[in-house]
Write a protein that binds this ligand. Sequence first.
Ligand SMILES: O=c1[nH]c(=O)c2nc[nH]c2[nH]1
Length: 458
Amino acid sequence: MMNYSKVFQGTAFTSKSAKEINILKDYLFCLDDRGMIAKIVSPEDDDYNAMIQEYQDNDHFHRLKEGEYFLPGFIDLHIHAPQWAQSGTALDLPLYDWLHTYTFPLEAKFADRTFARKVYEDLVHTLLKNGTTTGLYFATVHKEASYLLAEICADQGQRGLVGKVVADDPQQNPDYYRDSDAATALAETEEFILDVKELAKKTKQGVYPVVTPRFIPSCTDEALQGLGELAAKYDTHIQSHCSESDWEHGHVKERYHKTDATALNGFGLLQEKSIMAHSVFLEDNDVNLFAETGTAIGHCPLSNAYFANAVLPLAHFHSQGVDIGLGTDISAGAAPSLYDNAKQAVVSSRMLEDGVDTSLSPETRGVDGSRITINEAFYFATAGGGKSLSLPIGLLEENYAWDVQIVDINAGANKLPIFDENEDLYDVFQKMMYLVKPDNIREVWVQGEKVVSQGDGF
Ligand SMILES: O=c1[nH]c(=O)c2nc[nH]c2[nH]1
C-alpha cells in the first residue's frame, strides 16, 4: 500500500460540472507529501476498509465528526488589499470620484511598511477564516509593501498571487500617489517579479507575482506595452480591470477608438493567465477575444451594484466559453466573504433575468436566460477560479491541491437549521452556501497544511 502523508475521511462537496454538485459521502482523501490529493477512495472500493485499518491509529489520519463537511477552499479573484482599511465605508461616490476622494489617499499610506503590515496581516487572516485559500491581490504602487503582502501570504499559508500596482500617467493619477514614470514602474515591476519568484522557492503552497496595470486610464502606453512584455518574459499572471463602468469603457474608447479588451490585447495583456476584473460592458467581439485568448473574468457582484451600476451577463458570457471566477473586490465590495458574493451572484443574475423596473411589463422587463443557480455560484467560487488561474485548485479530485474548508453545521454560534439527521445531503449543501459564517469554518487547510483552526487565535 502507498505511503500517504495524510489521510482524511468524511463527506465532501465538489463541482461535477458548472451546474452539478458531486457529493462524495464518507470518502477517503489520501495526500502525498506535496499536499496534493494522490488518491480518492470511495466506500465501494475494495481497499476502503483496509485503508482505514492501516491509517486510523496514525496521527496523520483525520476523520470528520458528525455534522462536519469538506468544501474546496474558495478562490478570490479580485482583492485590493490596502482597501481593507476602508471596507464598509466610502460607498457613496462613483468610480472616478471614489478613487480620487478616498482610495488614492488611503493607498498612498502604504509607503509606510508598518501600517501596511498591520492591514495586510489582518486581511489575510480574515480571508482565511472566511474559507478563502487562494487570493489574487492588487497591492499598491509601492514595491516594498507589495512584497510584504506576498511574504504575509507565504507566512500565513495562503496561496497568494500578488501584484505591485502600476499607475504612471501624471494626467490621471495624483502626484502623491503614482509611479514616477514608465521606466521606473517597469524596472520596479521586474524586480518585484524576481523577488516573489525567489520567495516562491521556499513557499509550499505557492506565491506568484502578477503583472498589474491598475487599468488603462491609469497607465501610459509605454507602461502598458512594457508590462505585456514583462508578463511574456517571465510567464506571469496578469490582472487589471476591463470595461468596468460606462465611464471607464467610454474613456478607453475615446483614447484608442477601440474597446478596452481590444486595447489590452494589443499590449499583450490578454492571455491564458490573465484575469480581468468586472468586464461587465464587454461587447460581442470582446467576449470572443476573452474566450480565444483564455482571459478570465473576476466577477464581483457586490462591487458591481455600486460601481458598475449594471449586472454582468454572467450566464451568457460563460456560455460563450469565457472562464469566470468570483471576487470580493474589497473594498468596492465591502464583504470579505465569497459566501456573500456567491449569494449575490445568484441574486443579481435573477434581477437581470426578471428586470427591476415595475413600470415595464413582465415580458419586457428582464433579460431571458440570465439566472444562475447556487451550484453555479459555488462552481465560480471554486473550480471556475482554479481554471481561471490555470492552477490545480478548486476541485476535490486526484491531482488537485488539498485546499479545503471544514464546515461544522452544528457550530454553537451559528447552528444551521437542520433538524432531520437524515437530511438530504444536497439540501445540507444549499443551506451551507446560504447560511455559513466564519463561526462554522472549523479548520482551513492549504496544500495539505492546516492554516486556521477555531480556537487558536481565531
Ligand atoms: O472596483 C475598483 N476598485 C479599484 O480600486 C479600481 N481601480 C481602478 N478601477 C477600479 N475598480
